[in-house]
Design a protein. Structure first.
Lengths: 345, 330, 294
């Protein structure tokens, strides 16, 4: 891994200040502003030509990170490096071209009053991707690339289904020839039978165009099928990063374990009856001291309540932010035995 | 044979039109739910799965109505039953849980009082006894510190807690049948897992049957014992969950299973179903899946295939089923 | 070029399915058609006034003043002996022109300011919206009458007065719509596409937010015609002797007991015009509503 990553973020934080109303401040009796820490020191790198999945539950900050990466939100601190050089805070036309985004909602992501052809043409001309005479041919090529036919050019978004709209949104992102695609839950609004076609499209874009893709998702089964590496987020931090197979085979953070055990399974044999994670993610207004996962962690020790662990290498290409990462297997067995003992008694 | 708890026969739901043919959304649907059974109804958007559930609860949206057919609860016909009498069943006999609990909870009443309302009305409990029961139900659904949380308003609780409140409310009068409309779709994975566990446990304890509508195959596999797969208003396959998942006998069910990522088989390729989900207005006379079906023959476009028993307790509505799945072992 | 997906998705197939969904075509929309017919006829009358009007609307024949309706003068003559029908026809030209123009100026000014305020937000938005609030605090007619007094009566000052007062409604409507539209992902996508704010505002947001303002504009024309009529009635409107419905009602009311048609007929025409424009606005709002577009 000596190659420079195409995208690297270092110690990104994003804090939102919520202005509480005068009335609320009076009734609470203190004058402080409440602040929400959406991202709290995120380090992550996207390697050339890989699909990196960013997984987490609502409130984990994964969408905020995606917005920072494409430049539509500015971080409170930290920096975004593109091919080793820092990205400017406010990106110009060419800088924003390089990192494109595919959104979750295929309905709000396409302008209802602009036809597909006109939308593509505008981008191709604005960035001088092809000369005017070749705009049409290039538009057709883009449509074919995402699996649509030429006749879609004249049509308006309302004439397409959700899955087709997502294809058009992908064609738009590709029109400006980016080398990084940030996909924010691009299949979670689609029907199951359509999801697979879009996932296959992402895989083929990686394979054939060499795109580097950050795929934000909450569905681990989808992630496992698509990505080479996975980063797990919890409450504004990345708590574990590893190659996909390694992460699912050998999770080294209790939260990752809980996530995996919570996945609804397709075959009855692998349904997990033992491990149920307790409680719900705390609010990002009020992050617990120590390890942010400790109130829900079945293995939390006293040290976990006081030290805030950073990501550390636990195996080759595998980092985890858990001080008990190496003991987890043993701890899990003890826990299972104890619950078994309790239910027997 | 014992009368099933719920028996739906030839249920047709749609929009009645005076000038043109009625728009049919759910077409000639039949299924039974036995006492204590956990019955899943699976389908994509527009399959009519939620409307079917709503028809049982008498909660169809304005303009949509049951055009024909019968819904019998414990042998009593619900269609045509006087509204007052039917509403009396809701709570002590049949209860329902929705996808978004916030829309089903009253925002200005404390959750404890909302749960206690049913037991007071239907079980004739005193205010105090009903509140005690409410707190007990909340504890059963795994809400920490239930006595304090009972005094909270819905907006003060997280999505997972609200859904637990809904479950506590639904089960407070001891219904025999619990209708669930995508109860965990809006929740995070770990919370979904918790809520499903609670739901299962409480149904087991009280012996309530579950009718569980979802688009998520894995959730059905985890929660239900039996299932019906719906497509364009028809049940195209039904049977034991195990049997249907291991040996699907309708090309659509097979397609759904092949297109959904399976966490336990990461190497398996996802095979999408070609074409688009059906359009209600453009109904055809034949099998609704025929336009997307790679196995479709001419006869498929002529008439809706009859439901046939392909294995004991396992039905599929596909005339080519035997051809397609002969020798297929999973 | 390689085609990565297994099969190209035929779009035609989908289009057929979408089309089969029954959306009422625009010509089956009752209120829209009624509005188009009424407003269309009025515009036609206004344009063809020189041809249609049997007499010169301002030519005085004092010898033939206050005639009852007869074969030569279908609606009679006013106190200066001018033909009422001719004045009614020429009045259409004046009132419709002033109505439309008095809407056009505030429509443009208000929409532009509202769009800028909504899109950029911040102090600009705060300042602009406070100004709007101040304007809203004053009753419409009081403001217009005061302004016409200041600028003096006549067509130009009516435009200025009405524009100065009614741009705030457009600003508020468009700002609200822009606030919604700018949160849509397609606007974020346009930014990522490297487009300038001006381009996004004009090409990407504009067409999505103007329909509400256009619909409001239709009812605003009604308001403005009423305002002109009211001003005319108060003697602050179009300078005499130009034919104009409001001043005709004003002139005719003196004789309401003997020659009732002199005030009533122009009044009726005003009502019909208002109805036509309201229906047109109603129909347009059906046609432009987002549900149709979804």
């Amino acid at each position: 891994m000596s190659e420079t990553p195409v995208l690297r973020v270092a110690d990104i934080t994003k804090t939102y200040h919520v202005n509480s109303s005068v009335l609320a401040r009076l009734s609470r009796g203190d004058g402080r502003k409440s602040s929400l820490s959406a991202l709290d020191g995120v380090d992550l790198q996207l390697n050339k030509g890989e699909i990196l999945a960013l997984v987490g539950e609502s409130g984990s900050g994964k969408s905020t990170l995606a917005k920072i990466l494409v430049g539509s939100t500015t971080p409170t601190s930290g920096e975004v490096d593109y091919h080793g050089a820092p990205m400017p805070l406010h990106r110009d036309k060419d800088a924003s071209r390089r990192i494109q985004m595919v959104f979750q909602d295929p309905y709000s992501s396409l302008n209802p009053r602009i036809s597909v052809g006109s939308m593509l043409k505008e981008l191709l001309l604005l960035h001088k991707i092809v000369p005017r005479s070749e705009v049409r041919a290039e538009s057709v090529r883009l449509l074919n690339l995402v699996g649509l036919e030429e006749d879609a050019l004249q049509a308006y978004p309302s004439q397409f289904s959700g899955g087709q709209r997502q294809r058009i949104a992908i064609a738009r992102a590709l029109a400006v020839r980016p080398d990084i695609l940030i996909a924010d839950e691009p299949v979670s609004a689609l029907d199951v039978s359509v999801q697979a076609t879009i996932l296959e499209l992402f895989a083929s874009l990686q394979r054939e165009l060499g795109l580097s893709i950050l795929f934000v998702a909450h569905n681990l089964a989808v992630v496992q099928h698509l990505s080479q590496r996975v980063a797990v987020m919890y409450l504004g931090r990345i708590v574990e990063v590893a190659e996909t197979a390694e992460l699912f085979r050998n999770p080294r953070h209790p939260y990752t374990r809980a996530l995996i055990d919570s996945i609804p399974r397709m075959s009855a044999e692998s349904i997990n009856e033992e491990f149920v994670l307790e409680g719900e993610p705390p609010s990002p207004f009020d992050i617990p001291p120590g390890c942010r996962f400790n109130p829900r962690c079945p293995y939390a020790s006293d040290a976990c309540r006081t030290t805030d662990p950073a990501l550390a290498t636990v195996a080759p290409q595998h980092e985890s932010a858990c001080i008990r990462a190496s003991e987890l297997d043993v701890l899990a067995i003890t826990l299972t035995q104890r619950t078994a003992g309790e239910s027997a008694a | 044979m014992e009368t099933p708890l719920l028996s739906v026969k030839s249920l047709t739901i749609g929009i009645r039109r005076s000038k043109s043919a009625d728009t049919i959304i759910v077409d000639d649907l039949s299924f039974d739910i036995q006492r204590g059974e956990r019955f899943g109804i699976v389908g994509e958007s527009g399959s009519g799965k939620s409307l079917t559930l709503r028809a049982i609860a008498d909660l169809l949206p304005k303009g949509v109505e049951v055009l024909s057919g019968s819904i019998r609860y414990n042998g009593a016909e619900l269609i045509g039953m006087p509204t007052v009498q039917r509403r009396r069943l809701m709570g002590p006999e049949i209860a329902m849980i929705f996808q978004e609990p916030m829309t089903a909870l009253n925002p200005v009443i404390r959750v404890g009082d909302q749960i206690a309302e049913g037991p007071r009305r239907y079980l004739g409990l005193s205010k105090k006894a009903a509140m005690a029961l409410a707190i007990e139900m909340m504890a059963k659904t795994g809400i920490p510190d239930p006595a304090r949380r009972a005094r909270a308003y819905p907006h003060e609780l997280s999505g997972g807690l609200r859904q637990r409140i809904m479950i506590a409310m639904a089960l407070s009068c001891g219904p025999k049948l619990l209708l669930c409309d995508e109860p965990t779709t809006a929740l995070d994975v770990t919370v979904q897992h918790q809520v499903l566990k609670v739901l299962e446990k409480l149904c087991d304890d009280s012996g309530a049957a579950l009718a569980f509508v979802t688009h998520d195959l894995a959730v059905v596999n985890q929660t239900c014992t039996d299932l019906a797969v719906m497509y364009a208003g028809h049940i195209i396959e039904s049977g034991k969950v195990k049997s249907v998942f291991h040996d699907p006998r309708h090309p659509y069910t097979k397609g759904l299973l092949d297109s959904a990522p399976d966490f336990d088989q990461p190497e398996r390729d996802l095979v999408p179903i070609p074409g688009f989900p059906p359009n209600l207005a453009a109904r055809t006379s034949g099998c609704p899946f025929a336009p997307r079906c790679v196995f479709a023959v001419e006869a498929c476009t002529v008439a809706m295939p009859p439901t046939m028993e392909v294995a004991p307790g396992h039905n599929a509505a596909c005339i080519e089923s035997q051809h397609i799945f002969e020798g297929v072992t999973v | 070029m390689t085609t990565p997906t297994a099969a190209l998705v035929s779009f035609k197939e989908r289009r057929r399915a979408v089309r089969s969904r029954s959306i009422k075509p625009w010509y089956r929309n009752g209120s829209l058609m009624a509005g188009i017919i009424i407003v269309g006829l009025l515009v036609l009358v206004a344009v063809l006034a020189p041809v249609l009007a049997p007499y010169d609307p301002v030519a005085q024949h004092l010898t033939n003043a206050l005639a009852s309706p007869n074969a030569a003068h279908w609606l009679g003559t006013d106190k200066f002996g001018r033909d009422v029908l001719s004045r009614l026809i020429w009045g259409a030209q004046v009132d419709l022109r002033v109505g439309f123009l008095a809407v056009l100026i505030p429509f443009v000014v208000g929409s532009v300011l509202g769009a800028i305020a909504g899109y950029f937000g911040g102090w600009l938005d705060t300042v602009l919206m406070r100004i709007v609030d101040i304007f809203f605090a004053f009753p419409f007619y009081v403001m217009v009458i005061v302004l016409v007094f200041i600028f003096g009566s006549g067509e130009a000052s009516i435009y200025i007065a009405i524009a100065a007062v009614s741009w705030v409604s457009y600003a508020r409507i468009v700002r609200g719509e822009v606030l919604i539209a700018k949160k849509q992902d397609y606007v974020v996508a346009a930014r990522l596409g490297g487009m300038s704010h001006a381009r996004i505002l004009v090409r990407h947001i504009g067409p999505n937010v103007l329909s509400q303002a256009i619909i409001y504009g239709m009812s605003d024309i009604v308001m403005d015609i009423m305002a002109i009529v009211t001003l005319g009635y108060l003697g602050l409107g179009i300078n005499p002797p130009t034919a104009e419905w409001g001043s005709m009602i004003n002139d005719g009311q003196e004789f309401i007991t003997t020659l009732w048609q002199q005030a009533t007929i122009p009044g009726l025409v005003v009502v019909i015009t208002s109805l036509g424009l309201s229906w047109l606005g109603d129909g347009l709002s059906d046609l432009l509503s987002p549900e149709r577009r979804k």
